[in-house]
Design a binder for this molecule. Structure first.
Ligand SMILES: NC(=O)c1ccc[n+]([C@@H]2O[C@H](COP(=O)([O-])OP(=O)(O)OC[C@H]3O[C@@H](n4cnc5c(N)ncnc54)[C@H](O)[C@@H]3O)[C@@H](O)[C@H]2O)c1
Length: 442
């Protein structure tokens, strides 16, 4: 951890990256630059333009050709594609930034890794257990040469470090449980009915990609830039609802602290199952084994209404729309993304066991989140905070919760094998069927 933090600061603090002698930034680009493909050029894609303007953007891919003219104004030398599979065959690409719909993330990540490209993938990394496992395993084989990051950019907020320090330094005694929640509610009754035709240049069939066929409806594409995901991410074939949306950011507050891998169990409950739409109201609970600094813990995720119980009536957790809470033997830490509250609890909670860090001992700032990945692409000795192992484990846990919700039973989970050991029918829900012609491993 210390080395990881040191390398992070070394890069972030100077704003410069000194490459080891003989190292080149991109395999293909001249100078200290990468040849980058941006897949999904509008919406969330726009948020990456400024950082990409410092590299060579050699390929732009979008299923909607109407997005190309503006993108080409910014990146005039790029070739354009409507099919990401063809885009990834462009030979001079070093790195991929992907901002497409969630049901294509694991595909694009895995195909890019297969071609030895660095990957920045918008969250969530995957929408099934199998997808998370495939992408993580592929990256772990190549982690010494490829840099990965999942777009959980709030991770760079200083509060993440402060919360980690409080708990690791014993401010709440022995950690026993951690909770994350989000209150976003976007209700849809069913997939949208057929309506109209895709506009000229919009390749709806490529947008569906590996997912089953659905009729076109402009309602899937009615949101503003960076918000359109809220028009499709709640449908099972296109996303995992709030788990993939704010859940990725909010569970990251917990994940950054607990140093967990995969759970040994999952149980969940929520509103009545809808075969079209992921649940709005749901809660899931996971048991994790002890590690080298803490005992076994329980991690919980609440969305759309259900909430963990507040430790004191005067603390109204509902006033924190997206937040986390850590329970220890001597108290609680409650936080949102930017602030935290320490609540010592019980007769022995006099804080004599806790010493705040001195200024030179606090964890260093992460710096610019996307730039952390670019720096690691150029010098793969550098680490990224939300690589495909960290993020793959986190999303595997969360989507396993959806499987537990669907079968309505507590699942015993063998994380090494990726199998549910006590409820055989749950195993068929760890993966999904792809349309003929689409393979995760291409
Ligand atoms: N990190 C964050 O804070 C944050 C914020 C917003 C969105 N996101 C994520 O970004 C992704 C995109 O969200 P959005 O709201 O921009 O969605 P969007 O529907 O607007 O899609 C973004 C762009 O990708 C294109 N696209 C979609 N599927 C494609 C495909 N298969 N191939 C090529 N191009 C494709 C779209 O045409 C569009 O131009 C989602 O996964 C979402 O979770 C992350």
């Amino acid at each position: 951890m210390q080395r990881r933090q040191f390398m992070k600061t070394a890069a972030a603090g100077t704003g410069l990256l000194i490459l080891p002698s003989g190292a080149r930034a991109g395999k293909n680009a001249p100078g200290n630059k990468l040849n980058v493909a941006l897949i999904g050029v509008w919406g969330r894609g726009l948020a990456h333009y400024d950082m990409l303007a410092e590299e060579n953007v050699v390929a732009l891919c979008d299923v909607n050709e109407a997005r190309f003219p503006d993108a080409l104004k910014r990146f005039p030398r790029a070739k354009t594609y409507v099919d990401w599979r063809k885009c990834l065959d462009q030979k001079d690409i070093d790195a991929v930034v992907c901002c497409t719909a969630d049901h294509t993330h694991a595909f694009i990540a895995n195909w890019a890794l297969n071609r030895d490209m660095h990957v920045y993938m918008e969250k969530p990394l995957a929408i099934t257990v199998e997808e998370a496992r495939v992408v993580r395993a592929n990256w772990l084989k190549k982690k010494d040469k490829l840099a990965t990051q999942v777009g959980m950019q709030r991770h760079a907020m200083q509060n993440f470090n402060r919360v980690r320090e409080l708990i690791h330094d014993g401010a709440i005694g022995e950690l026993t449980a951690a909770y994350a929640w989000g209150d976003r509610q976007i209700r849809r009754p069913a997939y949208l009915p057929a309506e109209g035709q895709p506009p000229a240049g919009f390749h709806f069939d490529l947008w569906l990609g590996p997912s089953p066929e659905h009729p076109y409806n402009p309602g899937y594409f009615s949101g503003g830039p960076g918000m359109n995901c809220l028009s499709w991410n709640m449908f099972w074939d296109f996303g995992v609802g709030q788990i993939g949306d704010m859940g990725s950011h909010t569970m990251d507050l917990v994940w950054n602290v607990v140093d967990a891998a995969l759970p040994t169990s999952a149980e969940a409950k929520g509103e009545k199952f809808n075969p079209d739409v992921t649940p709005v109201e749901c809660e899931s609970h996971f048991e994790h084994p002890a590690n080298d600094w803490r005992g076994p813990i329980r991690i919980s995720w609440y969305q759309g209404g259900p909430m963990p119980q507040s430790p004191k009536p005067y603390v109204d957790l509902r006033k924190i729309g997206h937040g986390a809470m850590f329970k220890g033997s001597k108290g609680y830490v409650i936080c949102d993304f930017a602030s935290r509250l320490l609540l010592p609890f019980g007769d022995n909670a006099d804080l004599t066991y806790y010493r705040p860090r001195k200024p030179d001992q606090v964890l260093p700032p992460l710096g610019h989140f996307q730039k952390q990945w670019l720096d690691a692409c150029k010098d793969t000795r550098l680490k990224t905070a939300c690589d495909f192992e960290y993020s793959g484990n986190m999303i595997e846990q969360l989507v396993l919760g959806l499987v537990a919700y669907r079968v309505g039973k507590k699942l015993d989970y063998d994380g090494a094998a990726g199998r549910v050991t006590n409820v055989p029918e749950a195993n068929s829900l760890l993966s999904r069927q792809y349309r003929p012609g689409w393979t995760l491993d291409g």
